[in-house]
Design a protein around this ligand. Structure first.
Ligand code: GDP
Length: 302
C-alpha cells in the first residue's frame, strides 16, 4: 500500500498509456508504441530497456499474440516483472549466523543514508533485533547528532568512537567489538558520503570493510548503497563506481515518493545486477519498505 502511494508520480507519467491502450486497434500500433516509448523514457527506464520492451511488444502484437489493449498492458507488466525477478536475487537482508551481523550503509551525502539507517533500525527493532549503531560518518558534523536521535527513537545504543581525530574504520571496529562482547544482534554502520570522485572516500570505505572483518569473520554481511531516487538514471555511474571499489550487496533507493523517474529501479537492477532491498517512499519512520517487484509493477502501471 505504501509502495503504491510512494510511486504516484511515476504512475502519473505512465498513465497516458492506459487511455491509449483502452482504444488500441491494430492500425494504431505504431502510434501507441511510440507514445509508450516516450512515457518509458520520461520515467527513466533508460534507452536499453525501453527498446527491449517496445520491440518485444511490437513482435507479439504483429505476430497476433496480443489482441487487445488489456493483453498488451498485461504483457508490458509481465515483461518488467520478469526483468526484475530474473536479476533480483536475495532481496532480503542476508545476516548470516555469526553475531553480531554487520550492515554498512554507504552512499554520497544527501542521498538519505542516515535517514535510511534510522528507518532500517526501526524495522529491525520491531522484529526484536538488538541494535548497536556506529557513527562512522566522521566527516559530516551533524550526522552524529542525527544518528543519536534515531538511536533514541529506536532504543538502540550508539558508538561514537574514542580517541582524537577518530577514523571511521576505528569507530566501526570499536562498535563491532562492543557488539560482539555485549551480545548485540546487528551493528548498523553509518559511513561518510563525501563526493565519490574523491578517491580517499573509497579508500576509507575499504579500510572500514577490512576493520570490521578483522573483528567478526564474514562481516560486513551487507554493504547497502543508498541512492537518491530523484536523480533517476544519473545514479548509475555512481552505483557502478561504489560497486566496483567496495562491492555492494544491495541497494536502498530513496525519495521515490518525490520522483517521477521510478523506472530507474528497473534500469539499475538490469544494468548492475544488484538487488534493490529497500525503497524509501516518504519521510516517516515506516517509509522504508522492503522492495517487492510485483507490488512495484502494480504501483507504476496500475
Ligand atoms: P545523508 O546525507 O545521505 O545521510 O542524507 P539524510 O539521511 O540526511 O537525508 C537527506 C534528506 O532526504 C533528509 O531531509 C531526509 O528526510 C530526506 N529523505 C531521505 N529519504 C527519503 C525518502 O525516502 N523520501 C523523502 N521524501 N525524503 C527522504
Amino acid at each position: 500500500e505504501k509502495i503504491f502511494s510512494g510511486f504516484s508520480k511515476t504512475r502519473d507519467n505512465l498513465a497516458a498509456i492506459d487511455e491509449l491502450l483502452l482504444f488500441w486497434n491494430l492500425a494504431d500500433t505504431d502510434r501507441v508504441l511510440d507514445e509508450l516509448e516516450e512515457a518509458l523514457l520520461v520515467s527513466d527506464f533508460g534507452p536499453n530497456i525501453t527498446i527491449k520492451i517496445v520491440e518485444a511488444l511490437r513482435k507479439d502484437i504483429l505476430g497476433g499474440k496480443l489482441k487487445s489493449g488489456t493483453e498488451i498492458k498485461d504483457a508490458l507488466k509481465a515483461f518488467v516483472l520478469n526483468l526484475l525477478t530474473s536479476k533480483q536475487i536475495k532481496t532480503e537482508l542476508q545476516l548470516g549466523f555469526r553475531k553480531p551481523a554487520v550492515i554498512m550503509i554507504v552512499g554520497v551525502n544527501g542521498g538519505g543514508k542516515t535517514t535510511s539507517l534510522g528507518k532500517l533500525a526501526y524495522r529491525l527493532k520491531n522484529e526484536g533485533v538488538k541494535i548497536l549503531m556506529a557513527a562512522g560518518d566522521t566527516f559530516r558534523a551533524a550526522a552524529g547528532d542525527q544518528l543519536e536521535i534515531w538511536a533514541e527513537r529506536t532504543g538502540s545504543e550508539i558508538v561514537f568512537g574514542e580517541g582524537e581525530k577518530i577514523k571511521a574504520s576505528s569507530v566501526l571496529s570499536q562498535a563491532v567489538k562492543r557488539g560482539k562482547e555485549e551480545g548485540f544482534d546487528v551493528v548498523l554502520c553509518d559511513t561518510s558520503g563525501r563526493l565519490h570522485t574523491n578517491y580517499s572516500l573509497m579508500e576509507e570505505l575499504i579500510a572500514c570493510k577490512k576493520a570490521v572483518h578483522k573483528v567478526v569473520r564474514g562481516a560486513p554481511n551487507e554493504i547497502l548503497l543508498v541512492l537518491d531516487g530523484t536523480t533517476g538514471l544519473n545514479m548509475l555511474p555512481q552505483a557502478r563506481e561504489f560497486n566496483e571499489v567496495v562491492g555492494i550487496t544491495g541497494l536502498i533507493l530513496t525519495k521515490l515518493d518525490g520522483s517521477a523517474r521510478g523506472g530507474c529501479v528497473v534500469s539499475v537492477v538490469d544494468e548492475l545486477g544488484i538487488p534493490v532491498k529497500f525503497v524509501g517512499v516518504g519521510e516517516g519512520v515506516e517509509d522504508l519498505q522492503p522492495f517487492d517487484a510485483e507490488a512495484f509493477v502494480n504501483a507504476i502501471f496500475s
